[in-house]
Design a protein around this ligand. Structure first.
Ligand code: C2E
Ligand code: CA
Ligand code: CA
Length: 441
């Protein structure tokens, strides 16, 4: 039950669909969810076979935004009508929320036939519709679970279909995804991490490690990147940060990280005079934390740390969602005197527009890009990119440097700074000073 609630929350968060969608005016005459589940249990009890499928209209919010809610209701009605048409198999339907339906299809024939029938119906649902003289094109994302193959429990089947539907959305919408047990394993992991993220004493669970970044020519350390770890190393930051980003936990975690790092800079400052700048990874979802900039400034003041000792690493996803107003946010950091780096460059869209809109101090070339640096052509491409970045006064950092050959190639391409296991793995803060020799920092 908890899983289901969780998934629903995630889907709504992701699709930006708010709770007001739940207050639908039910003109579809479909079953209520409870009645659906009861009926399904009865059919499962008498060992019937078939499929449970959930369909969710893609980007329904846009239809409401563009044409208004009344028109949106007519779209729902049309879709409901299409679902209501006679199928080859026996069926019953419930409306789960504003734009989400669940269908139980009773079909004793082979699984493949059930799948074919679903595909045929979905094709029909997706046909353009004519409403009040306007032609509307919609698509749906569908998640399917089969009984008895996947489960013989009604609630579990609904939950599995929802997981599959979530997968269909993730794969780019407008498709049918079938439940498999991997999705369930993933969800279990999701829920466990979700619980971990709720624990408020972050210091009992997380710790920060620091990786040196060196000058490409002198190989002397020029800065550090702070990276989060779970103390017991059970899950990697890749796993828990992405979950923290979907459920909002990144806001509290992000503040904790910020304070930890600034506190650490203050400790090092006391030990060696002034430590080199330390980079903090800033997730784009943290921009929803409206008070963050004030918090950031107050924390610097509290620990008497200069903003020039902090590098903020952001990825281009900061600019993808206009809601965030990323350019403003980053410029606020710049105004404070913080060093700003564009992270993971070379893998995503790497749009050059961002480089013209914001005066980045650094651009970090992604590890995956460095790994592919094996032939003449990619080396030429990289040299060209670095040349372009230098012409706008951007310092170029390469990440994930693992051997001497890579280090030399990157230097010959004009890279300014290097980071990677070859120069040093991320270390606990107490090991940094002995590693870096206080005299050099
Ligand atoms: P990232 O920002 O691109 O960080 C670089 C990742 O590459 C780190 O992984 C680092 O340990 C790894 N790395 C560095 N040198 C090498 C190398 O030579 N070879 C290989 N194979 N890997 C290398 P890590 O610490 O597992 O972090 C993964 C990602 O998780 C980070 O990617 C970042 O996106 C996110 N992350 C980590 N810590 C934080 C944090 O404190 N806050 C936020 N928001 N995200 C974080
Ligand atoms: Ca980074
Ligand atoms: Ca990266």
């Amino acid at each position: 039950m908890k899983t289901r609630k969780y998934i629903k929350k995630t889907i709504r968060n992701n699709a930006g669909q708010l709770n007001d969608m739940l207050q639908f005016n039910d003109s579809t005459n479909f079953l209520k969810r409870k009645a659906f589940s009861k009926l399904l249990s009865e059919r499962l009890f008498i060992k019937e076979e078939g499929a449970v499928w959930i369909l969710d209209i893609d980007d329904f919010k846009n239809i409401n935004d563009i044409y208004g809610h009344r028109f949106g209701d007519l779209v729902i009605k049309t879709i409901a009508g299409r679902i209501n048409e006679k199928f080859e198999s026996d069926k019953f339907v419930a409306r789960l929320s504003g734009d989400e339906f669940v269908v139980a299809l009773i079909n004793k024939s082979h699984e493949n036939n059930t799948k074919k029938e679903i595909e045929k119906i979905v094709e029909k649902i997706n046909l353009p519709m004519n409403i009040e003289g306007k032609t509307v094109y919609i698509s749906v994302s569908v998640g399917v679970s089969l009984f008895p193959a996947n489960s013989v429990d009604a609630e579990e089947l609904i939950m599995f279909s929802e997981m599959a539907m979530y997968e269909a959305k993730k794969l780019g919408k407008n498709q049918i995804a079938y439940f498999n047990s991997k999705m369930n394993d993933y969800m279990k992991l999701h829920i466990e991490i979700d619980e971990i993220l709720k624990i408020s004493e972050k210091e009992n669970i997380f710790t920060m490690v620091y990786q040196p970044i060196v000058n490409a020519v002198t190989k002397k350390i020029v800065s550090f990147e702070a990276l989060i770890r779970m103390k017991d190393r059970k899950y990697s930051p890749m796993e828990f940060i992405s979950i923290a980003e979907t459920n909002g936990a990144i806001q509290t975690l992000g503040r904790w990280i910020t304070e930890e790092v600034i506190k650490q800079i203050a400790v090092w400052n006391r030990q060696v005079g002034e430590i080199l700048p330390v980079a903090i990874n800033f997730s784009c979802m943290q921009m929803l934390d409206k008070g963050y900039l004030t918090f950031f400034e107050e924390t610097l003041r509290k620990y008497k740390v200069s903003p020039t000792q902090v590098i903020i690493e952001i990825t281009e996803s900061v600019f993808m969602d206009v809601r965030f107003n990323g350019v403003n946010f980053i410029n606020e950091f710049k105004k404070l005197g913080v060093i700003v780096a564009l992270d993971d460059f070379g893998t995503g869209y790497s749009s050059l527009i961002y480089l013209t809109n914001i005066n980045f101090d650094k651009v970090k070339l992604d590890r995956l890009f460095i790994q592919k640096l094996i032939d003449d052509k990619s080396i030429k491409v990289l040299s060209g990119i670095i040349h372009m970045l230098h012409s706008i006064d951007v310092c170029v950092v390469a990440e994930g440097v693992e051997d001497e050959i890579q280090s030399r190639t990157l230097l010959s391409c004009g890279c300014d700074e290097l980071q990677g296991y070859y120069f040093g793995k991320p270390l606990e803060p107490e090991h940094i000073l002995s590693f870096a020799e206080p005299s050099s920092i």
